[in-house]
Design a protein around this ligand. Structure first.
Ligand SMILES: NC(=O)c1ccc[n+]([C@@H]2O[C@H](COP(=O)([O-])OP(=O)(O)OC[C@H]3O[C@@H](n4cnc5c(N)ncnc54)[C@H](O)[C@@H]3O)[C@@H](O)[C@H]2O)c1
Length: 472
């Protein structure tokens, strides 16, 4: 622990002004919650005035959330904290100099997963801006999901280079990963335990001061910055692995002509006394900004933070990367189910009209980053199908047209393929849908276990569903 940093922080006094860089799914709710804390005086949201995201600045300052879909409480909270002038969004990064604490919630995608090359361009620009305007005693926290070793490595180096200050002596530095899910952003930030990892004890303590007031149920779990980075990337890697295990079992069940959901209920019944199989659900694929890349951050961590050579079976694939491949395969399997179902009624994909229901990667959200619907769409178009897409929340997406009118999308279709478990799709009425489709033997492919197969089959549909070997 550095006495020097401790002294500077004491002189500076309690955290009053907080800056949040990156006004996205993570930054907006985090900033709004900081602003709602009485003892914090002011929160500034720093957002680049870029062609793709600059529009968010005026929207947020008008108290409106740029995040669409169902996000309970967020619009109300934004209206409250912008109305009381406690929260403001700005593209003026020089105001970082006014802040006691600055957090970064910037996207951290992968440019090339195969070679483990991340795209840290946006994050590095953000860190540089923080360094440029950093004042002694400020706390800097990376909230973005990052490769293990980044906080105490790349981020520290850039901040020191830009500011001329020394991390751990002149300013505090920590990683406090976000653990939110779209659709419950506010609740997750308040109720999940918060991992807080400083590069030293003083940094960890200062970060605890920042996060404690926003927690309602969650408690702080302190650790080192690298342990915090591994925790975050590993928790998403494990989720992806568990989904892949369910997907693989679903493929096995289809092959053996049985119902995955019967098997799941059986497996899940074995619990208690510390036993759990934690079996998740299979589906049409995994999407989003996080699960599609966090495995690669963890894998890359061996290169960046590894201290001794990794001891692992020679020439064996990482089970985490293999899981990614299984999950990435699921849209191909959706295509295969579509092909098979059409063949059973004497049709082929070429020339068939396909209505894709759901473009977002997650139910009841507008989040359409890396959606599994996209590779399926590409396969269908390549095979000569005529495809229309419905989504109630996603407004637009590059190179495709997304429609809001479900009946118009389904009208005249040979196939409806369900890609997202949006609430609307649970209400689909087989008789009405069949009339709208206007086909003798309409096809339904359920990628999210949304419809009751029996009802659709009884209404004259050809049904295929992931994991439904019993009725496929
Ligand atoms: N979305 C989630 O549910 C979730 C959950 C946990 C962790 N995370 C992680 O949090 C990070 C942010 O994710 P997100 O979903 O909020 O991303 P996002 O794309 O929704 O938001 C990022 C925002 O940062 C802005 N930005 C980019 N570069 C900037 C810069 N240099 N300065 C200021 N603003 C800049 C972008 O314009 C955008 O508005 C990622 O690392 C992600 O893996 C996301």
């Amino acid at each position: 622990m550095s006495d020097k940093l401790q002294k500077i922080i004491e002189e500076r006094g309690p955290i009053k002004k907080i800056g949040v860089l990156g006004m996205g799914y993570v930054g907006i709710p985090a900033a709004a919650l900081f602003a709602d804390v009485d003892k914090f005086e002011k929160v500034l949201g720093f957002q680049r005035n870029s062609a793709s995201s600059g529009y968010k600045i005026d929207m947020i300052n008008a108290g409106e959330s740029p995040l669409k879909g169902e996000e309970p409480g967020l619009e109300d909270l934004l209206r409250k904290v912008t109305g009381s002038n406690k929260f403001e969004c700005t593209p003026d990064f020089s105001r970082i100099a006014e802040m006691d604490a600055v957090t970064l919630a910037i996207q951290t995608p992968f440019e090339n997963p195969t070679d483990l090359i991340p795209d840290f361009g946006a994050l590095i620009e953000g860190i540089r801006n923080v360094g440029r305007y950093l004042t002694p005693g400020t706390l800097v926290v990376l909230e973005s999901t990052i490769t293990p070793g980044t906080t105490n490595g790349m981020a520290k180096e850039i901040l020191e280079e830009e500011s001329g200050l020394i991390a751990g002596e002149d300013f505090a530095l920590a990683h406090a990963p976000e653990r939110v899910m779209v659709g419950r952003l506010l609740r997750n930030i308040q109720e999940h335990d918060r991992i807080v990892g400083g590069i030293d004890n003083t940094s960890t303590e200062r970060a605890i001061e920042l996060y404690s007031p926003v927690l309602t149920k969650g408690k702080i779990i302190p650790m080192t910055s690298t342990a915090a980075e591994v925790t975050k990337t590993a928790e998403n890697t494990f989720r992806d692995l568990q989904i892949a295990a369910a997907n693989q079992l679903a493929l096995y069940c289809e092959s053996m002509g049985i119902n995955f959901y019967d098997v799941r209920a059986g497996i899940d019944s074995l619990k208690g006394e510390g036993i759990t199989r934690a079996i998740l659900y299979p589906g049409a694929g995994v999407g989003g900004h996080c699960l599609t890349k966090d495995t690669y951050h963890l894998e890359r961590g061996i290169e960046i933070a590894g201290k001794t050579p990794l001891d692992y079976p020679e020439n064996a694939d990482s089970i985490y990367v293999l899981a990614r491949k299984v999950n990435d395969f699921m849209p191909n399997h959706m295509f295969k189910l579509t092909e098979d179902a059409l063949a059973s009624v004497g049709k082929s994909v070429k020339g068939s009209k396909i209505a894709m229901l759901g473009w977002a990667f997650i139910n009841d959200s507008d989040d359409a980053r890396n959606p599994p619907s996209e590779p399926l769409y590409d396969l269908l178009i390549e095979a000569g199908a005529e495809v229309r897409i419905h989504d109630p929340h996603v407004l637009d997406y590059p190179n495709v047209t997304i429609e809001k009118d479900l009946n118009a999308v389904v009208d005249g279709a040979d196939v409806i393929a369900i890609l997202t478990g949006h609430s609307d799709y649970f209400k689909l009425n087989p008789a009405d849908i069949k009339t709208t489709m206007g086909k003798d033997k309409p096809v339904i492919i359920d990628g999210r276990n949304v419809v009751d197969p029996t009802k659709f089959i009884d209404s004259g549909f050809v049904y295929r569903g992931i994991g439904r070997g019993d009725v496929n």
